[in-house]
Design a protein. Structure first.
Ligand code: SF4
Ligand code: SF4
Ligand code: FES
Length: 422
């Protein structure tokens, strides 16, 4: 087929006339983020808009463009990069994405694009919609919390007689993917595995197979996928300051795993104590601030009134405040309760749970007990947070390199394996 010349951000590129723009850009070494695009499906679905580019300043879905002679497309302008990042953040905020507990973590296209875009938290509040996990299919499990409505499964799995195994059900914000249980029961093992792999996120799971890819063997764990991310530079050893910087840490609604991770720095602690001293922290057991501190590291979100008081107390006493780990950044696993009402949650815990023995049917509510909040709040919705370090937990090296970077301006680019939401 005839080759044509087209332009990406004024740079001349070449590809076959009529080739899909996402593929043509990739051939010319330019990666355009995409989620719903699947070369096999034509016309493209164009449901996610993660691939948004612009022609003459007008936004267009790159996956539904075809190259032609002289086509000029803006791809990586600061505005477009920012827009694509915002679309990804909206996708995270719209569903219930608990990466640390997700079978697809490490193999998930949405998660991978978020790493590539450098997303450390969502600027949009999470909606925590009440959605179900459908266990009715015989061999699949459909987790509607993670479905991004890309429509890939709907278009791809059609029987010879034209019946759809997956289809859209309801409309607008209530749209969800429906499975025809009878057709699903007739799918071959190969088709079921393909359905799971075709889904860009962890919404289609195959019973008994979904955890068959261990850490290190997952799609985006592989070294070749790390090469694509130009993030690695050596850390320069910081100059020992005349006066040590002061660090404080707090653990709110979390599992204390981020604090355990901080301790994992092992012998690096010896270097660290040349540079910093600790004030209020569970690590020092100092209960009250004895001075103003340079940097406060917060683990955990806010699930009760005491967490809010502690967080505000930290904000008052710290020049810089950092959310460390998924719970502090967006609520994390404790925020799983945000999808149901507080009443339902308390009743389940204190009255109806199979392990509850509560003959008097009392839900604890003494004035000395911190009041439980209506939902778990990320720290940045309570006070101003200056930086976010994602991970569950982030590695010790990562936490301390970021702290050194903030306090001493040491050069530190995050390498892919250290940038994790799980
Ligand atoms: S791994 Fe992907 S699908 Fe699973 S929770 Fe994270 S973003 Fe959602
Ligand atoms: S189940 Fe997966 S493939 Fe189907 S629409 Fe949802 S995200 Fe897309
Ligand atoms: S990849 Fe283009 S709209 Fe989804």
């Amino acid at each position: 087929m005839k080759k044509v010349t087209f332009y990406i951000d004024d740079q001349p590129c070449q590809a076959e006339d009529g080739k899909n723009f996402v593929d043509a850009a990739a051939e010319n070494g330019i990666s355009i983020p995409s989620l719903c695009y699947y070369p096999h499906i034509d016309p493209p679905l164009a449901t996610c808009r993660v691939c948004t580019v612009a022609i003459g300043g007008q936004p267009r879905a790159a996956c539904s463009l075809k190259v032609s002679e002289g086509l000029r497309v803006q791809v990586n302008t600061p505005d477009l990069i920012e827009n694509r990042k915002a679309i990804l953040e909206l996708i995270f905020a719209e569903g219930n994405h608990f990466c640390p507990a997700c079978e697809k973590s490490g193999d998930c296209d949405l998660q991978h694009l978020a790493y590539e875009s450098g997303i450390t938290y969502s600027r949009f509040p999470h909606t925590f919609v009440d959605r179900i996990v459908d266990f009715k299919p015989e061999r699949l499990v459909i987790d509607h919390n993670r479905c991004i409505l890309c429509k890939r499964c709907v278009e791809e799995f059609v029987t010879d007689s034209g019946k759809k195994v997956f289809s859209y059900h309801r409309r607008g914000g209530r749209t969800e993917v429906n499975v025809d249980y009878e057709l699903e029961a007739e799918m071959s093992d190969k088709e079921l595995t393909r359905a799971m792999r075709l889904c860009p996120v962890g919404a289609i799971l195959l019973r008994g197979k979904s955890e068959s890819r261990p850490f290190g063997d997952r799609k985006y764990d592989k070294p070749e996928s790390q090469e694509a991310i130009p993030l690695t530079t050596p850390v320069e050893k910081p100059v020992v300051p005349a006066k040590k910087k002061v660090v404080a840490t707090a653990s709110l609604a979390g599992c204390f795993g981020c604090h355990m991770s901080m301790l994992d720095i092992d012998l690096g602690l010896l270097d660290l104590i040349e540079l910093v001293s600790f004030d209020k922290s569970p690590l020092t057991d100092i209960k009250r601030f004895s001075r103003h501190v340079d940097i406060g590291l917060i683990e955990g979100g806010c699930c009760n009134s005491e967490n809010i008081e502690n967080l505000e107390y930290f904000r008052e006493h710290c020049d810089i405040l950092v959310s460390v780990g998924e719970c502090a950044i967006w609520g994390g696993l404790p925020a799983m309760r945000n999808t149901i009402s507080l009443e339902a949650c308390l009743e389940e815990a204190y009255l109806h749970s199979p392990v509850t023995r509560n003959a008097q049917h009392i839900i604890p509510n003494h004035e000395d007990i911190p009041k439980i909040l209506d939902r778990v709040y990320p720290c940045h919705e309570v006070v101003k947070i200056d930086y976010h370090i994602p991970g569950c937990p982030p590695s010790a090296q990562h936490i301390w390199k970021v702290v050194q970077n903030i306090l001493f301006g040491t050069k530190y680019d995050v390498i892919y394996p250290e940038f994790k939401y799980d």
